[in-house]
Design a protein around this ligand. Sequence first.
Ligand code: AMP
Ligand code: MG
Length: 388
Amino acid sequence: MIRPRAPVTLTLPEAHGLVLADDVVAQLALPVFDNSAMDGYAVRAEDIAQATGDHPVILPVAEDIPAGRTDTLTLRPGTAHRIMTGAPVPAGATTIVPVENTDGGVESVAIRQSSPPGKHIRLAGEDVAVGTTVLRAGQVVTPAMLGLAAALGLAGLRVIPHQRVLVISTGSELVTPGTPLQPGQIYESNSVMLAGAVRDAGADIVAVTTAEDDVAQFSAILDRHAAGCDVIITSGGVSAGAYEVVKDAFGRSGDQGVEFVKVAMQPGMPQGIGRVAGATIVTLPGNPVSALVSFEVFLRPALRRAMGLPDPDRPRRPAVLTESLTSPRGKRQFRRAVLDADTGSVVSYGPPASHHLRWLASANALLDVPEDVVEVAAGTELRVWDLS
Ligand code: AMP
Ligand code: MG
């Protein structure tokens, strides 16, 4: 239901964390040219073959080659070029003598140790040959991949872009944290939580807003922000009450692009899904636990799949319940839980009701209790979603 965006070329920093849309074939060799692996002297190996501590070979130093010197040099037999790490090895030089094996001379140098041909020379192309496929479509762009791309001279990479997500909280009782509360008001907590979950899933936030239970205000927010979004997430206003702004805005019949359904799960029973202004809209229930659990169940996997990201689903593993619990018949229950990965045990954490944010904040797993299960004894193995 969430559609992938078409691949685009983004700058390297922008591409970080996204999925490569194409293979990357090297158009440049790495190293780019033969260069020195040490600070020292470029010489012909045969000119210093007899060098020892007692009988150093003394050679005139004809050139000084710092890294970044761009003219092409040739070493004449019987001479040395002082050379720094990363500087181009002059034509005719066959080995590098590290400065530690010399007197470090500038006009002439006393070389105290022989060095075989090729020693301390990084050859052009030994890391990457031109034409090598160095990165594959489907890989997630890591810092090391950014480094490789930059070393190859690439300013950008073709990637599957972030999904662009709009988050709208609804509720006339909601007040932005940091301002005083009137009686009957509560602080708005879903939008910052859902936006964090969106970013955590690897997607981008376009805007985060709050609407009162007022259809005109809600619709105006949609009009203002929906264009260019891939996904719109709302919270609240979808249950069975009188002032259900999201339901009212789209009509309850489903003919305005959004279908409202009851899902056999707890928490998170009232849900809606549809398409609005070219975007997928998912209308989550307002209870904070319901909203975040619903995000985990429906949105996180779909967002990650649309971006081609690995592990769209949280790791699911069996764990042994340390205490008994009950679960409603006919509903798949997701309980907040603390998983001890070392012992493979899990404890249900906090009451099942969907307003207990405190427990959610400290849980590291969701207990996945199947719909046909009503009682689970301590010691039973259950499936958990590892959120850590
Ligand atoms: P609703 O789904 O709109 O009926 O809301 C269900 C419950 O969740 C009510 O107690 C609301 O006050 C609460 N709620 C809804 N949205 C939010 C929100 N954004 N932040 C905190 N609590 C909320
Ligand atoms: Mg509400």
